[in-house]
Write a protein of this length. Structure first.
Lengths: 390, 1093
């Protein structure tokens, strides 16, 4: 095992942290957040806002997030901008030390917030260089370490990185899903509109939680839905027992093929029952699997809030929020599946719809958070499907 | 949908002369639009009166009308060209208002011309404050509470509704002209009155103050299929109350959560939809209450703007180009993102760096006005800097300003120290300085920290967001460490300072060593900046476009990654002109851009360095490679060193960017970086007074008698030797800064004690002033073998003594004899050969009694280069660049220069200056040797009278063809006035004059009405002017007393829009205009038609 040429294994005096990639590259860094070690797939996110939402997005389970925007921490942390109560990301990589917060909603500095959640982070890394690496070399495993009291053992950490199995074949949804069925408390609904009154309840949605972002549930609640959230392991019988008007398959982390082992049979049964189904991200991928398509790992994934997606039906372009490392393979589609959305960045598949049933899904995040609100119409579309079925 | 095929010809309306609030950003946007639409094979007709622009190059549009941008003139062009469409959104407020007027008068309908990009209805809705507010409230967006006032009688009611302080915004004016903030009743009524007068619609909006709120701007682009994207968010560091053009701003917004940002994003898109902007770029401004996040909409501009130029440069997304394509039918997803080459234009740029913009002011040029910032814009230019962090970009921007700053330098706050105890500060004095919006606020904040004021106190007084204050504080604390501990010498410690943006020069000041030793330390450690790309996507895609900025990255163990990747080519670096200022503006950008074009044609790789976001030179496709960097020695040298590592760097071109790059000549030479064109030795020879004088004597040329003085006493004795009047100035000047004509010993003493610091290191220069001499400008080309082309000889209309940049001038000359022209040509050529000029040189002569005197010679491009190029049809800046690479003049087949070509010219061109006086209340409008104009226009016609008339109209001076003329002249001018008065009477003018002038004229048999001077009691001449009873003013004065007596006269003429002439020569030219216009009206002709035979 040797160091990558040009990379120095000797720890500089100031370094209280490091990023070590499985390929032997070392970035010396300053530690931030909690002290400790984190291992995961190193990915990047290009959003300029919404770090708190990104860090709490359960889809980042198993991943270490490189923030391409250099100043992180500017708006601190607040009790509203959560996408899950417990962050699932493994850790964060920043360009600059976390700045002090300045925002009227902030109740804590990001640094303290990370510490309180035992999240390891490092700063003072050339994140643009790292992003270039990931773009050209693909996502790879890495270890971040924040350790101020004793020297950092590079050999050991490199071994840790190299022995981590990677996300392919990982069922991470089971780690981040809710333990028990619960009814979403609409008191926690939208912080986006600053306490707008919720409409009266008209629909009942069952959401299967593979690592659902809270804002998906808020979006439903804002449209007059009662939401019952079921764990990832839910069977079709359990779903039917709640007599929902529609079934929602949430986003989540990991390999759709692995989670699909138990989720796909359920999804098949729900679809054949004729209930309206809507899937996002992992939910979209597993729905595609259930309908006979295939998924594959992407080179370096889509992670950002500026991705243009074209709605093929309307011709309109939406700027979307994206976070996925797997994708539905276009050439694998059965004939009854219709492509409704495509990425204008790489033409990858972004949305599907079953021709003869009220079943559709998107790869991106219409609930955004963070990200533009261009695609919120999909929630309304789902409810319209329910209405027209009734 | 691809391009519209029902359109063949499109007219683009430019923005006219550079004025405050409408600068060269509209050359940038217009040029992009022309290129984009010609790419689509449309025939483009352009109208713009500004000759200094790239867009008015004869090769840009198919038909270029350098004509006044008025509805009447544009109508004539429309009739000649019959375009199917007119694009009003590229030329600022001037173009919008002109097109709106053509719509209202039915001209567009009559000629079947469609407005594309923005419809009249939309412009109205966005610009009319009441309609706009109503529209916003219909979509649930709040505005500050307000009332529209059409009459001063309603002002009281408005005050009741909004309270004090109140914001006053006149409708349909540019950059807040006539608006302001009122803190008391008296101010309120005064500003409302002024605003009503300034508004073409006679209406003002009085508005609830949101002073101190956070201010944001969103740049939005929409296509006809309703696809909307946000190009950039901009956050003003200066809170509400300072015009956004005068505010220090950052991009992207740095203090918003995603929830707040997305609310603003959705609101700006909703705003475009509601107002109905179908295609193109717009900006929407918001204010946010920092206490609770309440968001209000302030305004929107349904066109490209200064901030869209900034957003384009900040993100790499070419808003104007895309907006032009959307206007002819494309949708965003059909267009490409040039920067990545692999993604479409329908996306939102994401940044992985911070951009800081700082405006550049010139209050020192306008004594009598307070250096305070309000909602009416006052800055004349701006710089932008890119860094990986805010502090890096801030400090880069500070040194880009070229105001002598090397970073966040110390500033003296008068009275801030306690008189007894120098370690204490005076909190009230400091609070007053911090509380007043001024150009130096960032420096004052840093200084307040140095003096020990707490951050929270500073936050309370300035209402700056704490995040920015913390960053400034961080810089100050780091500086303190360097002051206390000296400069660190380890790689990692030093790079952590450089990462914060500290320049070598600033570190040198702090650690009290020389800048050179710091540079050497860096070199010994191999500690260099790296260059990152502006790629619109934060490295998510690889970028094809070398649009680069410097930053310090990484550490000793992990050196930062450099993405510059110099090419293995023959390359030439062109240094731009930096921020626009009075004396150095768009003309120099024109020259730099031409050099890039022409060197590229000749097969060289061109590399541009500049920091001005408004320009064409900083467009990523003007040169092969663009470094958006400060023009400081350190920053430029680092780029040269890097580019030298591959290929062959032939050299750096300094002579096209004004004085800025010339000042770097010695620093570059010390690093053995080759300079193309005239050598630094020759530059020095022309700039060093003593050496230059010796050279002239050797050549046997005349110069006004002159001397140098290093003290007041010396100055007095030199002045006595030379005899008064004396032209006096500091030894180093640009744009005639602090230059004055003194008539007696008292004013000499006053000048020395008030205007300058005289010492051995900075002496003053004294010239015997040639009274009533004719001033002449010569622009010429010279190749390495001494072959010369006299490109143009321009005769000034005002006599010598008025700064050449402020004086109108004509090409070819209208009154000089062939013998004089011959002499000028010979002497200019001899001097150029003696100075071994390679490239361009400009010489100013004064002609008196058939003698030719050298005033000054500048071996660089001058302000008049674009004017000469357009008037003669010879692209002299392009040729100059090639001469610098060693090509010979003979290869360009130019003929024998001015004397041979001028008589054959079937036209005459007049350049007129445009002034910013309306922006500076209380400033005297009298002209002198200190330059005050911000821009210029060109009038082109077959005779002098009509050309001059066009220049006057284009400059906003509407010369009356009949009416009442007021004349008051100094004694020396009286006999010349008789003839003028006689001619005026012949043209049915009534003459009014003050007693002295009236008596004189009556004695000479001229019918005159006497009118009181202001001092003689009412009703006086200013009353008559205010009552619109005067149509033309001719007023010449001398001596400080009579100048100050007639001040109110000039100021009233300005505010009432009455044309006024302060020299007899100017008045004589005005008469020629009137006579010409009485003979025949104005015709229009494209620039191309003047050179087609």
């Amino acid at each position: 095992m040797t160091a990558y040429s040009g990379y120095d294994w000797k720890q500089p005096e100031w370094a209280t942290g490091a990023l070590i990639l499985a390929n032997g590259k070392i970035f010396w860094a300053k530690g931030a957040g909690s002290e400790g070690i984190a291992v995961g797939e190193v990915c990047f996110n290009t959003s300029m806002t919404g770090y708190q939402e990104i860090i709490t997005d359960p889809s980042y389970a198993g991943q270490i997030i490189t923030f391409t925007f250099p100043h992180i921490g500017n708006v601190g942390a607040n009790p509203e901008d959560y996408e899950s109560t417990t962050p699932s990301t493994r850790g964060c990589i920043f360009r600059s030390p976390i700045t002090k917060p300045a925002n009227w909603r902030s109740t804590s500095s990001l640094d303290l917030w990370l510490k309180n959640r035992s999240l390891v982070a490092v700063s003072d890394v050339d994140t643009r260089q790292l992003t270039n690496e990931i773009r050209t070399g693909g996502t790879q495993t890495g270890v971040i370490v924040h350790q101020s009291q004793k020297p950092i053992d590079v050999d050991e950490l490199l071994q840790t990185a190299q022995s981590w199995p990677g996300l392919v074949g990982m069922d991470l949804a089971k780690e981040v899903t809710c333990k028990n069925t619960y009814v979403w408390n609409s008191d926690e609904a939208s912080t986006e509109k600053y306490c707008e009154q919720l409409p009266p309840i008209k629909h009942h949605i069952v959401a299967v939680d593979y690592g659902a972002k809270q804002n998906i549930l808020r979006c439903f609640a804002n449209l007059g839905c009662r939401i019952t959230v079921l764990p990832a392991s839910a069977t079709s019988a359990e779903i039917f027992s709640h007599t929902p008007d529609g079934v929602f398959l949430s986003n989540g982390p990991g390999d759709p093929a692995s989670t699909g082992i138990y989720a796909v049979p359920m999804i098949k049964e729900v679809i054949s029952s004729g209930l309206p189904v809507f899937g996002i991200c992992l939910g979209h991928q597993m729905m595609a699997l259930a309908l006979g398509a295939k998924t594959e790992k992407m080179h370096h994934g889509h992670h950002g809030a500026n991705h243009p997606v074209k709605n093929i039906v309307t011709g309109r372009v939406e700027i979307t929020s994206q976070n996925h490392g797997f994708v539905v393979a276009s050439e694998s589609l059965p004939t009854d599946l219709m492509v409704t959305h495509r990425s204008l960045f790489d033409n990858s598949l972004e949305g599907l719809r079953l021709k003869d049933k009220p079943v559709f899904s998107v790869q991106y995040h219409p609930e955004s958070s963070p990200g533009p609100h261009d695609s919120r119409y999909l929630f309304e579309l789902f409810l319209e499907m329910i209405d027209s079925k009734e | 949908m691809p391009r519209r095929n029902d359109i063949n010809t499109i007219m683009i309306v430019g923005a006219g002369p550079i004025v405050i609030g409408q600068a060269c950003e509209f050359d940038y946007s217009g040029t992009q639009a022309i290129k984009a639409l010609r790419e689509e094979n449309y025939r483009i007709v352009l109208v713009n009166s500004n000759p200094a622009t790239i867009m008015t190059d004869p090769t840009m549009a198919d038909r270029t009308y350098i004509e006044p941008i008025t509805p009447e003139i544009v109508e004539k062009i429309l009739e000649l060209e019959r375009p199917e469409a007119i694009l009003p959104t590229m030329g600022g407020q001037t173009a919008l208002n002109t097109c709106l007027s053509l719509e209202r008068t039915g001209v567009l309908e009559r000629l079947n011309v469609e407005m594309i990009g923005a419809k009249a209805k939309v412009i109205d809705k966005a610009e009319d404050r009441l309609q706009f507010r109503e529209a916003m409230s219909e979509i649930g967006l709040e505005s500050p509470s307000s009332l529209l006032i059409k009459d001063i009688a309603d002002a009281e009611q408005g005050l009741k509704k909004v309270g004090l302080p109140a914001i006053i915004r006149p409708s349909f004016t540019l950059a807040g002209t006539g608006g302001g903030i009122a803190y008391n009743r008296e101010e309120y009524f005064e500003i409302v009155k002024g605003g009503l007068a300034a508004s073409p619609a006679s209406e003002v909006l009085v508005e609830e103050s949101v002073l101190g709120w956070k201010e944001y701007e969103m740049e939005v682009v929409r296509d006809y299929k309703d696809n909307c994207i946000i190009i950039c968010s901009i956050e003003n560091i200066d809170p509400m109350g300072v015009h956004t053009g005068d505010s220090v701003t950052v991009a992207p917004a740095l203090t918003l959560t995603d929830k707040e940002y997305q609310l603003m994003r959705s609101a700006s898109i909703a705003c475009l939809r509601k107002i109905g902007v179908d295609t193109g770029g717009s900006n929407v401004q918001f204010a946010i209450n920092p206490k609770n996040g309440r968001m209000v909409v302030i305004e929107m501009n349904p066109r490209v703007s200064r901030s869209s130029a900034l957003a384009s440069k900040a993100t790499g997304f070419p808003i104007a180009k895309i907006a032009a394509k959307l206007a002819v039918g494309y949708t965003l997803d059909e267009l490409d993102n040039d920067i990545t080459g692999v993604t479409p234009a329908s996306f939102e740029p994401t940044l992985d760096y911070v951009v800081t913009k700082i405006p550049r002011f010139t209050f020192e040029k306008f004594p009598g006005t307070e250096a305070s910032l309000t909602t009416s814009m006052k800055s004349v230019g701006e710089v932008m800097a890119i860094g990986r962090t805010f502090s890096e970009s801030l400090q880069k921007a500070m040194r880009s300003l070229e105001t002598g700053l090397t970073g966040l330098n110390e500033i003296e706050i008068p009275g801030a120290f306690n008189k007894e105890n120098k370690t204490l500060y005076e909190p009230d004095v400091l609070r007053a300085a911090l509380g007043r919006p001024s150009p130096d606020r960032l420096l004052i904040i840093a200084q307040a920290r140095r003096l020990g004021m707490s951050l929270s106190e500073i936050e309370r007084v300035t209402r700056y967001d704490k995040w920015f204050l913390e960053q400034i504080d961080n810089i100050v604390q780091t500086e303190n460490q360097v002051i206390a501990n000296g400069l660190p010498n380890s790689y990692d410690e030093l790079i952590s300072l450089k990462k914060m943006g500290f320049s070598d020069a600033r570190l040198a000041e702090l650690s009290k060593v020389s800048e050179k030793s710091i540079t050497e330390l860096r070199r010994s450690l191999s500690l260099n900046p790296v260059y990152k790309r502006v790629d619109t996507c934060a490295a998510e895609f690889s970028s094809q476009t070398p649009y680069l900025y410097s930053t310090y990255e990484g550490n000793y163990s992990n050196p930062g990654e450099c993405e510059s990747k110099p090419n293995n080519n023959k390359k030439i670096i062109i240094l731009g002109g930096g921020p626009n200022r009075i004396g150095q503006g768009i003309e120099f950008d024109y020259c730099c851009v031409h050099a890039a074009f022409s060197l590229s044609e000749a097969g060289y790789e061109t590399i541009m360095i500049n920091c001005n976001p408004e320009t064409v030179s900083t467009d990523y496709d003007t040169s092969d490679r663009l470094y958006f960097e400060p023009l400081s020695g350190e920053d430029v040298i680092e780029i040269c060193k890097l580019e030298e590592t591959r290929g062959e760097l032939l050299g750096v071109i300094l002579q096209l960017g004004g004085q800025t790059p010339l000042n770097l000549a010695k620093a570059l030479e010390a690093q053995n970086i080759p300079i193309l064109g005239t050598s630094s030795e020759s530059i020095d020879l022309s700039e060093d007074r003593k050496k230059f004088q010796k050279l002239l004597q050797k050549l046997n040329f005349l110069q006004p008698e002159n001397g140098i003085a290093a003290s007041k006493e010396e100055a007095i004795s030199v002045a006595e030797d030379l005899s008064y009047p004396i032209l006096i100035r500091p030894s180093y000047v640009l744009g005639g800064r602090a230059m004055e004509i003194v008539h007696d010993i008292e004013s000499l003493e006053k000048y020395i004690s008030e205007a300058v610091n005289v010492s051995g290191e900075s002496p003053v220069l004294l010239d015997s002033f040639l009274q009533e001499a004719t001033e002449v400008d010569v622009d010429m080309l010279c190749d390495k073998e001494g072959d010369i082309y006299i490109a143009g000889i321009m005769e000034h209309i005002e006599e010598a003594g008025i700064h050449s940049g402020d004086s109108a001038c004509a090409l070819p000359p209208f009154s000089l004899s062939d013998a004089i022209l011959d002499k000028i040509q010979k002497q200019a050529s001899e001097l150029a050969r003696a100075l071994k000029v390679v490239g361009l040189m400009n010489i100013q002569f004064a002609i008196k009694s058939d003698e030719v005197y050298f005033i000054e010679a500048n071996p660089r491009a001058s302000r008049t280069v674009p004017f000469v190029a357009k008037a003669t049809g010879v692209p002299i800046a392009k040729i100059a660049a090639r001469l610098m690479t060693g090509e010979l003049l003979s290869e360009f087949k130019l003929g024998e220069g001015f004397l041979k070509t001028a008589p054959k010219q079937n036209h005459i061109a007049v350049k007129e200056a445009v002034f910013p006086f309306t922006r500076f209340p209380g400033v005297d409008t009298i002209l002198g040797p200190e330059m005050k104009s911000t821009g210029e226009v060109m009038g082109l016609d077959v005779d002098f009278g009509h050309a001059f008339a066009k220049s006057q109209i284009a400059g906003g001076n509407h010369v009356p063809v009949t009416g009442n003329v007021f004349i008051s002249v100094k004694n020396g001018d009286k006999d010349q006035t008789t003839e003028l008065a006689r001619r005026l009477l012949e043209m049915n003018f009534n003459i009014l004059a003050t007693r002295g002038t009236a008596d004189y004229l009556t004695k000479h048999g001229i019918k005159v009405m006497t009118i009181n001077k202001v001092l003689e009691g009412r009703p006086h001449v200013v009353d008559a002017m205010t009552n619109n009873e005067i149509d033309l003013v001719i007023n010449t004065t001398e001596g400080s007393q009579s100048i100050s007596d007639s001040y109110s006269l000039r100021r009233t003429a300005l505010t009432q829009g009455i044309p006024y002439y302060t020299t007899i020569a100017g008045a004589r030219a005005a008469l020629m205009v009137i006579e010409s216009l009485n003979r025949r009206g104005l015709d229009v002709a494209p620039l191309q038609s003047y050179f087609n035979n």
